[in-house]
Unconditional design. Structure first.
Length: 145
């Protein structure tokens, strides 16, 4: 009498279960963005772009990995806001190595930064109130489609 499952299928199944227990992050879809407001460290800074990686949705700015976010929480969708110094929406491909940017975001694990907003600047801003977006934080999150 056969149980309907081969020894090979059984071993593969065991390997998958064991792998999911040992490496649960492999099974998660999307970036590992979790926002727990009690321990989130928000910050902002301006610096020059060192590298642009449009295929992987991140930048290296001031030796920090700045990751663009796009995730759902409840009935809202949260995406990194990309704008020029006039406040117009632009794409990641508009950012180039050596350009000044203003980044507002929060820390993730391993020193990475999730960007809430990235503004392209023509040069280093001399004062913290030079552009309106330095002081005014736009509403974040749009209705999920």
């Amino acid at each position: 009498m056969s149980s309907g499952i081969s020894r090979r299928q059984f071993l593969i199944g065991c390997a998958v279960i064991l792998g999911s227990l040992v490496f649960p992050h492999i099974l998660l879809a999307g970036p590992d963005v979790t926002i727990d407001r009690s321990d989130v460290q928000f910050f902002e800074f301006q610096c020059t772009i060192m590298e642009v990686h449009p295929g992987s949705n991140y930048l290296i700015v001031g030796e920090k990995r700045i990751e663009l976010v796009d995730f759902l929480k409840g009935d809202k969708r949260y995406r990194t806001i990309l704008r020029n110094s006039e406040g117009e929406t632009i794409g990641l491909s508009s950012f180039k190595k050596g350009q000044w940017v203003f980044v507002r975001g929060f820390r993730l694990s391993e020193g990475r930064i999730a960007a809430r907003e990235i503004y392209q600047l023509p040069a280093m801003a001399p004062r913290s109130d030079f552009y309106p977006f330095f002081k005014n934080v736009p509403t974040w999150g749009e209705p999920a489609e």
